[in-house]
Design a protein around this ligand. Structure first.
Ligand code: COA
Ligand code: AMP
Length: 633
């Protein structure tokens, strides 16, 4: 007999209208859709056209209306400020409605953009939901990005209002956000009408009269704003993610499809129900934070945890276990890096022993490849299923997973198991033809993508088509390479572009190269992701200096590192660079980044037949050896 997964999967592919139409009935609609899947403007597929909804109503008010007002919606657990604060659904509604009133009083309405540049505090979530409440489009920018990156996003999104806080806290360091925000607004051509600043006791932001408003002060006189019906196809948010250049891609998410898909994934993929405590230990600046700190758990009526801390150092490697047992977490979702950090500090998981983890059912990991060592360690330590799942900012939810709410498959280490219902996955060769099971190629998804995925890039339909749909007509190109085995298990091996994954954070090496090339002494450069025991990958830069530069190379390296930190942000974790005489290239001038990466990672590599000068490889190996990389390291 087919299991629930097989039945759901087949129906989702053979009759998507019926599959998603039925699931959509689990949400509240002001007006029912005319069409479930609208394919009248291919390749721009839309879901639930004609329907009217409000995502905030479904995530907050609906639960209050259904008698769940006294249930905790949010638990804010901040070891860095020694705070635990809970908000019921009723209290959440109150905060969100009032903040929506403030936004409306600043002229923000349907379709207007609001940038949110905030640390992991409940006010960040209130601001996101308040935007959804009045039909405004939020764009959350991760706190670890520098002013320049924020400015790029301000120019692209053109927000009427920016919401921020005086500071973030990184373990013990207080990071002042307001000077970064002021600098970003100065750098950007577009200027917002107003900024609303949440003052934290750890740092007081200086305010600019007429432009900046104090969050708390505004809340004391705010009028609550009700939910506004929006079209299912109207944008809910823009989330910028690294592309292959310094210009990030503005991934758009709509209201209807996103709400339907995310609510369904909570049960089908993560095996949770309303009332359960669900914890995604990530940041609201990333897609994981959008989908599984904010929208997914709240749409489902779970209690979500906002964690302002790190897996280690706040105060130690037991913080995850403390939070699971104290708040009765059923499902935890984080990146493998977090577990590598814990394992490094407490390899025998002894710190776990004093906590009662009997409430805990599943650990889900994503964001980067799950290495077997980390998988086995987590399995042994926790004694619960450890589930790898694969997805991207663009997709908004998992492409491949072990959907424990439908059917729990045996896992295969190195594989995020099988395509989730809605995803028809294929592996194509360079010629665009499907290749046999087990062979590596480009992993692609047959169009149309399921609801909740990106309908386009913000005001850039052409870049959407060029980036994702052009290489393999009829398919969405994931830019991940891998294979599908004979049992239908997906294996994701590597990116096919210049994106690297540093501690589960997606970064563009092309973007870093653009910044390094701005240094007056640099003639050319290459940045590649090399293996790192903790962060999975870290960027390594190689630079050729201009002829005639006689300064100390170490000085130039220092300046280049500072430049990347100032322009992109500390999150780039760009800390290693070397000066080389030349970069190895093919005769046609293509830099051999892959070959250099193999040398740094001490991997065997095939010397390309087209290389212009073989002796460069020895020089590179020598230089890398001096900083501890490569076989001479
Ligand atoms: N605001 C300001 N700065 C930030 C920041 C934020 N929100 N987040 C990170 N940074 C800074 C850090 O302070 C650090 O700065 P430093 O160079 O001065 O030390 C730098 O950016 C790199 O941060 P991070 O990648 O977090 O590395 P780390 O060494 O501080 O911590 C881990 C390592 C493994 C503990 C950490 O990466 C982690 O918790 N990873 C979990 C994975 C995760 O959440 N992934 C998200 C997708 S699921
Ligand atoms: P992001 O858009 O930041 O979520 O990054 C998406 C990229 O992270 C994917 O394209 C993959 O390269 C990588 N990734 C995410 N999850 C996994 C996983 N489970 N296994 C391997 N790679 C992953």
């Amino acid at each position: 007999m087919p299991n629930l997964y097989t039945k759901a999967y087949e129906q989702s592919i053979n009759d998507p209208d019926c599959f998603w139409g039925k699931i959509a009935q689990d949400c509240h609609w002001y007006k029912k859709w005319d069409k479930v899947l609208d394919d009248s403007n291919k390749p721009f597929y839309r879901w639930f056209t004609g329907g009217e909804v409000n995502t905030c109503y479904n995530a907050v008010d609906l639960h209050v209306d259904n008698g769940m007002g006294e249930q905790d919606a949010i638990i804010y657990d901040s070891p860095v400020t020694d705070t635990i604060q809970k908000y019921t659904y009723l209290q959440l509604k109150d905060q969100v409605a009032k903040f929506a009133g403030i936004l409306a009083s600043k002229g923000v309405g349907k379709g207007d953009r609001v940038i949110i540049y905030m640390p992991m505090i409940p006010q960040a979530v209130f601001a996101m939901l308040a935007c959804a409440r009045i039909g405004a489009v939020h764009s959350v920018v991760f706190g670890g990005f520098a002013a320049n990156e924020l400015a790029t996003r301000i120019n692209d999104a053109k927000p009427k209002v920016i919401v921020s806080a005086s500071c973030g806290i990184e373990i013990k360091k207080v990071i002042q956000y307001k000077p970064l925000l002021d600098q970003a607004i100065e750098l950007s051509d577009y200027k917002p009408d107003a900024c609303i600043i949440f003052q934290r006791p750890q740092a007081k932001a200086s305010m600019i009269g007429g432009r900046d408003f104090d969050w708390e002060e505004a809340m004391t006189t705010a009028f609550p704003h009700d939910c506004v019906p929006v079209k299912a196809t109207d944008p809910l948010y823009i989330l910028y993610t690294s592309g292959t250049t310094g210009q990030p891609k503005g991934v758009v998410r709509d209201n209807g499809g996103h709400m339907v898909a995310l609510k369904w994934t909570m049960g089908a993929i993560y095996g949770v129900d309303k009332g359960d405590v669900y914890w995604a230990a990530s940041d609201i600046g990333w897609v994981v934070g959008h989908s599984y700190i904010v929208y997914g758990p709240l749409l489902k009526g779970c209690t979500t945890i906002i964690f302002e801390g790190k897996p280690v150092g706040t105060p130690d490697a037991s913080v995850f276990w403390r939070i699971i047992s104290q708040h009765k977490v059923k499902t935890l979702f984080t990146a493998p890096t977090a577990f590598r950090a814990i394992k490094r500090e407490d390899s025998k998981a002894q710190l776990m022993e004093k906590f009662d983890l009997s409430c805990f059912n599943y650990l889900f990991l994503a964001g980067e490849r799950l290495d077997p060592d980390t998988l086995f360690w987590a399995q042994n330590a926790l004694n619960v299923p450890v589930i790898d799942h694969w997805w991207q900012t663009e997709t908004g939810w998992a492409i491949a997973a072990n959907c424990v709410g439908l059917h729990q498959f045996d896992i295969k280490p190195g594989s995020p198991t099988k395509p989730v219902p809605g995803w028809k996955m294929t592996v194509l060769g360079d010629d665009g033809n499907p290749i046999i099971a087990g062979e590596i190629g480009a992993i692609v998804a047959k169009l149309p993508l399921p609801p909740g995925t990106l309908p386009t890039l913000w005001q850039n339909d052409q870049r959407y088509v060029d980036s994702y749909l052009k290489a393999f007509p009829g398919y969405y190109e994931t830019s991940d390479a891998g294979f599908i085995d004979e049992d239908g298990y997906v294996f994701v091996m590597a990116r096919t572009d210049d994106i690297i994954n540093v501690a589960g954070h997606r970064l563009s090496t092309g973007g870093m190269e653009e910044v390094i090339a701005e240094h007056p002494d640099v003639a050319e450069c290459a940045v590649m992701g090399v293996e790192d025991q903790l962060k999975g990958q870290i960027p390594l830069g190689m630079m050729v200096l201009n002829a005639g530069v006689i300064r100390d190379h170490a000085e130039v390296v220092k300046e280049v590192i500072a430049l990347v930190r100032n322009k992109i942000g500390p999150v780039a974790a760009f800390k290693t660079a070397i000066v080389v005489k030349r970069l190895p290239k093919t005769r046609s001038g293509k830099i051999l980044r892959g070959t250099m990466r193999s040398i740094a990672d001490k991997k065997r590599y095939k010397v390309p037949a087209t290389i212009d000068d073989y002796s460069i490889l020895d020089e590179i190996e020598e230089s890398l050896g001096k900083i501890g990389y490569g076989s001479k390291g």
